[in-house]
Design a protein around this ligand. Structure first.
Ligand code: HEM
Ligand code: HEM
Length: 224
């Protein structure tokens, strides 16, 4: 929804529900831990935080189909003509603007790829992801992809931070307040935000499926 009035000064209307905000803020914390643990070889931490990020990002993707109106993909993914119009004319949006929508899709895709490739990676020494034996010969490719995708993820996170800063301080659009408090200055959704409980149920279901798969996945044979 394009917003042009002064109501931005008093953010009152719900835009980002609690599920999206909690999942969002778990990303900088989780990725920071993954970076540290990956570099330090603390695979105990890496594995568990990695599983949590995988379940959180899967929950966000599912929430994009069944969550509150502004968080749904059908609501914010722009058409090519909508994107072109935005690039030519600009405008303010209570939810993601068309460029923000693209960046959201790319970031979610990268976090998903990073955590999925991790489950099939191995460090050829002490640790292997739970599905690395299932992945067979692909495991080497997945390990390489885990490293390449990490570079991409860092690049896009940097771009994300620069663009959020640009909108926030140069264009004076309070995106941070919206992602922190969940309110925007303009009415955006016709329906009320969905309760957090729904997202928690999806998260638990994702964790149960992952746990089931990890328990049945065969361990790689030991060569030592
Ligand atoms: C470091 C890892 C980060 C990742 C992977 C990440 C990812 C994302 C994603 C996927 C979205 C879309 C939200 C959704 O629809 O689910 C988003 C939005 C947003 N992020 Fe981040 N984020 C990160 C860090 C940060 C940090 C540190 C800040 C604040 C300084 C921030 C500020 C925002 C804001 C304000 C939005 C809303 C943008 C809009 O209105 O279009 N993010 N981020
Ligand atoms: C978003 C989630 C994840 C992030 C950001 C991440 C990040 C990283 C980083 C930065 C490294 C070090 C890469 C290097 O040395 O160049 C690494 C290595 C590794 N990660 Fe992850 N990781 C994630 C998820 C996972 C998961 C879920 C698993 C498996 C349970 C996993 C398994 C591994 C393994 C086996 C290595 C060692 C690969 C090697 O030696 O080349 N990762 N990860």
């Amino acid at each position: 929804m394009n917003v042009t009035d002064d109501a931005w000064r008093e953010p009152r209307f719900p835009v980002w529900d609690r599920a999206v905000r909690l999942i969002h803020w778990s990303f900088p914390i989780g990725l920071g831990l993954m970076w540290w643990s990956g570099e330090q070889g603390r695979m105990d931490v890496h594995q568990w935080v990695g599983y949590s990020l995988l379940c959180l990002v899967m929950t966000r993707v599912a929430w994009g189909f069944v969550g509150s109106e502004p968080t749904r993909f059908t609501h914010f993914v722009p058409s090519p003509s909508g994107l072109l119009r935005y690039l030519k004319e600009g405008g303010e949006y209570a939810g993601h603007n068309p460029l923000g929508a693209l960046s959201a899709l790319v970031l979610l895709g990268l976090v998903l790829t990073q955590s999925l490739s991790g489950t099939m990676s191995r460090d050829d020494l002490l640790f292997e992801g739970p599905f690395s034996y299932w992945a067979g010969d692909l495991s080497g490719t997945m390990t390489e992809w885990h490293e390449i995708n990490w570079q991409l993820l860092q690049g896009f996170v940097a771009l994300h931070l620069v663009s959020v800063g640009w909108y926030q301080w140069r264009k004076r659009q309070p995106l941070l307040q919206a992602m922190w408090r969940g309110k925007a200055g303009h009415k955006h959704a016709r329906s009320a935000p969905k309760p957090l409980l729904g997202a928690i149920a999806i998260l638990l279901a994702a964790a149960a499926v992952l746990w089931g798969l990890v328990s049945v996945a065969p361990e790689a044979p030991s060569y030592y």
